[in-house]
Design a protein around this ligand. Structure first.
Ligand code: BES
Ligand code: ZN
Ligand code: ZN
Length: 496
């Protein structure tokens, strides 16, 4: 974990100075010695650095206490978003890691910060830095591990007391820790990140605070509850399914909880409707709905949220073992509704159906939000940097999308509708898990979920997580693998 501070301390390995395109001049500040001014001004007056977004230029100063300055381009001031800002910082961090430096100073002035409040700037900068500093390298040789930055100091010229800003830093650290937890869970190989290990992580989070109770239901308890859809999916694997229940009580006894549900398929082979190998790689990430929920729960508990929040995670593997459920089977879910199986690769919705049944039976949700790597179709529609959102009430959908904008995560609303529900009808059961029309796969999947939601009783949001991982390459501002999408947005949504 990076150590953050706010001080006038100037001694550092590298000073990071962001510039807008139309403001390529050094701010007035006593922290610039004559040498820094001289070297940096030279670059600013040349054509080598224009301040374009994601542009950067390293300047050597020949000074012992600040040997390097990194000029960071932010593009045009009027066009700056939190997302660009975080990406610029993220990629600066990755460059600093490549140079194996330990500490950086960041000068905050009115001229180089966006029009957001200083608290917001600090919060988003800290999350950008802490998440960019993350790398999943535990399986690498010691020498090949990514270098981690150890200290970041903000040289602030703002009036807020250091105390206030330090509180913001602490909050941002909790949120980043949640994001990086989600990424660790997602990146861990699937034979290790089993439903049992996922449940152990939930228990570990529970031990961090008295206000969080965690209960794990075993296979026989899940059987006793009659979760035929969830168990149907789990049957093809030797690994025991787990049903994770987390109850955080930050609010009063009588307050209804906000319920978060997460798809927790620790590996999705497709089952008997086996995926082609090209589509099977990356399916360790199919538990990232659950991962997001766990990251959010950890962060909210540390932030001492004043609400009651419950998390429900059905977790199992989708494998084609000899006991596997079959296409043409009919499964009976916990509420008695039957589902005809058209394709065993449409498994996430079956596990969530029983999670929703459990929620309807045991809680009176204030609202229900589910997170799921539910469909390839959502990724086809939106790509890997924007997730799909569905919802029964406009106000809630808009608030969630807006919360995403506040933290630099992108969502796009996709439709629910009669025609999608119609497409999920089965001639022999109450509903089918598969529509043979090949269009609108994200919406037909959402329509399936909607069948199990009591959306006239509570608002429901469904997030189809297309942007939960970047794949093998990563981005200039974040390493490869799981990116923790959704944790920051959800925390913002629930805390604001
Ligand atoms: N886990 C997948 C969805 C997925 C695919 C997420 C690729 C991220 C990347 C899901 O269980 C699945 O296989 N869905 C099928 C549904 C189809 C059989 C109706 C899909 O999207 O092809
Ligand atoms: Zn699948
Ligand atoms: Zn899946």
């Amino acid at each position: 974990m990076i150590e953050y501070s706010i001080s006038k301390e100037t001694s550092t390995d590298i000073l990071v100075l962001p510039f807008f395109k139309e403001q390529l001049e050094l701010p007035q500040s006593s922290i610039f010695s004559g040498k820094i001014r001289e070297h940096v001004s030279q670059v600013l007056n040349s054509d080598d650095f224009e301040g374009s977004a994601l542009e950067s230029e390293l300047v050597f100063t020949q000074l012992d206490d600040t040997p390097r300055v990194l000029l960071l381009g932010l593009g045009e001031q009027g066009e700056l978003t939190i997302r660009n800002w975080k990406q610029s910082f993220g990629q600066a961090i990755n460059q600093i890691q490549d140079r194996e430096l330990d500490s950086l100073n960041f000068l905050l002035t009115e001229h180089n910060t966006p029009d957001f409040s200083i608290k917001k700037v600090i919060k988003e900068t800290v999350t950008a830095i802490s998440t960019a500093n993350y790398a999943f390298d535990k399986y690498k040789d010691e020498e090949d591990k990514t270098h981690r930055i150890k200290r970041v100091n903000f040289v602030s010229q703002f009036e807020q007391s250091a105390n206030q800003l330090e509180r913001v830093i602490q909050k941002a650290k909790y949120i980043s820790r949640g994001v990086n937890l989600t990424r660790d869970l997602g990146n861990t190989p699937p034979s290790t990140m089993t439903p049992t290990l996922l449940a152990e992580h939930a228990e570990k989070i529970g031990k961090e605070t008295d206000k969080l109770e965690v209960e794990i239901l075993s296979q026989s308890e899940i059987e006793d509850l009659g979760m035929g859809c969830f168990l149907g999916v789990a049957k093809g694997s030797d690994m025991a399914p787990k049903f994770i229940i987390m109850e955080y009580s930050g609010g009063g006894d009588k307050e209804n909880p906000t319920v978060l549900a997460g798809k927790g398929i620790t590996f999705d082979s497709g089952g008997l409707s086996l995926k082609p190998s090209k589509h099977m790689t990356d399916m360790k990430f199919d538990m990232l709905g659950a991962g997001t929920v766990l990251g959010v729960m950890q962060a909210l508990a540390k932030l001492e949220s004043k609400q009651n929040i419950t998390a429900i995670i059905p977790s199992c593997e989708n494998m084609p073992g000899s006991k596997a459920y079959r296409p043409d089977d009919v499964l009976e879910s916990m509420n008695g509704k039957t589902v005809e199986i058209g394709n065993t690769d449409a498994e996430g919705r079956l596990t969530l159906a029983d999670a929703f049944n459990y929620i309807n039976e045991n809680y009176n949700p204030e609202e229900l939000i589910d997170f799921a790597t539910l469909t390839g179709a959502c990724m086809v529609a939106l790509g890997k940097q924007r997730s799909g959102i569905f919802g029964s009430e406009d106000r809630y959908v808009e608030k969630f999308i807006n919360s995403g904008e506040q933290v630099g995560e992108q969502l796009w609303r996709l439709p629910l509708g009669e025609e999608y529900s119609e497409a999920m009808k089965s001639p022999i059961a109450d509903i089918s898990n598969f529509s043979d029309q090949k269009w609108a796969g994200a919406s037909t999947a959402a329509a399936f979920l909607q069948f199990f939601v009591e959306d006239d009783e509570y608002p429901w949001l469904h997030i189809d997580l297309s942007s939960s991982y970047y794949g093998k390459k990563g981005k200039p501002w974040a390493g490869p693998g799981a990116n923790g999408f959704g944790v920051q947005t959800t925390v913002e949504y629930l805390m604001s």
